[in-house]
Design a protein around this ligand. Structure first.
Ligand SMILES: CCC/C=C/C=C/C(=O)SCCNC(=O)CCNC(=O)[C@H](O)C(C)(C)COP(=O)(O)OP(=O)(O)OC[C@H]1O[C@@H](n2cnc3c(N)ncnc32)[C@H](O)[C@@H]1OP(=O)(O)O
Length: 280
């Protein structure tokens, strides 16, 4: 089944430009808070987009007045009831471990998707939301946006990616530590200064419009090149420079033989028109 024809309860999918998917968190009346459906559908959606040859870039934004209020408190009540039904610590731990890993996998599905993922954040991006966006490749936000590693305020050590990814996204360990220990708001200007986002917009409409143009530009390039680039960037982030070089040498010894390399190189060298690349 193509991803475009899938129906989700908590996500809205559109294809506004060729090969560009727009995914929106779509629980605006619940401030896009993460309930079980949202966790599950994010993973399903990004896993599907990963293998969908009609998708080359994903733009992720949110419907309603803010990006997300983070973990849905009401879903925690259900969890409390499930735990209360188990007397033994090992059985309760099994439930919790499976749940945490499921949530981690949901966030990581953005990173595992080999198509570039661009996150567009407006207003509040709290708790689980910051975990989500740090698993994306590109982040833009509006001037009114703010970010909070809010877990500390609900008595939790953040456990679904932000403590692992945020230090790799922003340059200052001191800033990451301050944010994680205090839960304070990081505003849009600080977010740009720190490198969490690299563009600011005065409103959401302008942000979405320009991001879709940038996505269209990426989608016009060779999918072999773009997907290989994402794989190499993420591999290199987690390995030494030499290991990263070995990885891309191994990768490109195959991919340089692709028709995309020949067609794109000839077009560049001859100032010819942009080639139409086959689906991948
Ligand atoms: C194993 C777990 C792994 C995952 C961990 C994740 C952890 C986290 O995400 S920690 C962060 C949790 N979220 C929060 O602490 C945010 C709480 N909400 C707020 O601070 C404010 O609501 C917010 C700033 C988002 C918006 O403020 P605003 O004044 O615009 O609206 P409110 O009047 O406060 O809220 C409107 C209604 O929405 C309900 N609501 C808000 N947040 C949540 C939420 N996270 N879950 C469920 N419901 C939420 C709020 O109760 C209001 O409802 P009602 O009174 O019925 O209108």
């Amino acid at each position: 089944m193509s991803t475009a024809s899938k129906q989700y309860k908590t996500l809205k999918l559109t294809v506004p430009k060729p090969f560009v998917y727009h995914v929106e968190l779509n629980r605006p009346d619940k401030l896009n808070a993460f309930n079980r459906d949202l966790w599950t559908e994010i993973e399903d959606c990004f896993t599907s987009l990963n293998s969908d040859e009609d998708c080359r870039v994903v733009v992720l934004s949110a419907a309603g007045k803010l990006f997300t209020a983070g973990l849905d408190f009401t879903s925690m009540v259900e969890l409390g009831q499930r735990l209360a039904n188990q007397e033994d610590v090992a059985r309760r731990c099994k439930i919790l471990n499976e749940l945490i890993v499921e949530f981690q996998d949901s966030m990581s599905s953005l990173e595992k998707c080999v198509k570039p993922v661009m996150c567009l954040i407006h207003n509040a991006c709290i708790g689980a939301g910051l975990n989500l966006i740090t698993a994306a490749d590109i982040r833009y936000c509006t001037d009114d946006a703010y970010f909070s590693v809010k877990e500390v305020d609900i008595g939790l050590a953040a456990d679904i990616g932000v403590l692992q990814r945020l230090p790799r996204v922003v340059g200052s360990a001191s800033l990451v530590n301050e944010l994680a220990f205090t839960g304070r708001k990081l505003d849009a200007v600080e977010a740009k200064e720190s490198g969490l986002v690299n563009r600011l917009y005065n409103n959401k409409e302008n942000m979405v419009e320009e991001a879709l143009d940038i996505a269209e530009n990426i989608a016009s390039k060779s999918p072999v090149a773009v997907q290989g680039t994402k794989r190499s960037i993420i591999y290199s982030r987690d390995h030494s420079v030499q290991e990263g070089l070995n990885h891309i040498a191994m990768w490109n010894q195959t991919m340089i033989q692709s028709e995309d390399f020949m067609n794109a190189s000839v077009a560049q060298a001859t100032k010819g028109s942009v080639p139409v690349f086959a689906k991948l």
